[in-house]
Design a protein around this ligand. Sequence first.
Ligand code: SF4
Length: 248
Amino acid sequence: MLSEPLPPLNPTALKQKTLLVHERLCVAYKCPIAYFHNLDPLSELISALLSHRTKNADSSRAFRELRSRFDDWAAVRDAPTAEVEAAIAACTWPEQKAPRLQQVLRLITEKCDGNLTLDFLDDLEVSEARAWLEELPGVGPKTSAAVLAFSSLRRPALPVDSHHHRVAARLGLIPAKLAVGPAHAVLEAQLPPDWDAQQVYDNHEVLMLHGQKVCFFHNPACSRCVVLDLCPFGQNRMRSAKTKKAHS
Ligand code: SF4
């Protein structure tokens, strides 16, 4: 359905719109969405570091290889770097990721007085836990949120991947040119503060699924989109398609 051009929104109206989008997409994608991982937080961090700019199937293969070739994460930390690199050959840039992985494992061990674990993050506030993680090299807001949200910690932190980011920008939930990194804080601030981990996880998942199944990078399927009436990008697109048709 096409309506008049949508006006820019104030922060309260944006929060209401976020909720409406969430509710509609939750119906479409059948929330609650099942968690896909139940890794401890350190394993989740390693999985996330391997997954940077790598297809899921390839990073999963690299993760499985690491697990099968080494007894534990301490063995990965202390192994010759070439062995770690060989184990993660399935992912992109193994020659950069192997030394980075070992550096991160060494740093965690140092910061935790010899203990190689991230289980203690459960005792911190989400914001503190994210800040702690983001001091590690190569860890930004997406990875810190993923460690807290997707691991067995199940904390309410919102990761934003490229699909989620694209859908949010087209819907006008974030400025069109806001990069993925700073979009995390803006999108998280739009969620009700009392939402539990499952609700925050569902919000990420439904926006991501919508980007994968309807709001494609090229040629989004706006005509069958359940949030078309809330989407300035989609409305403009449909309007110009209609005008083009009228003039052809
Ligand atoms: S209306 Fe189109 S651009 Fe907007 S969210 Fe739906 S598919 Fe994406």
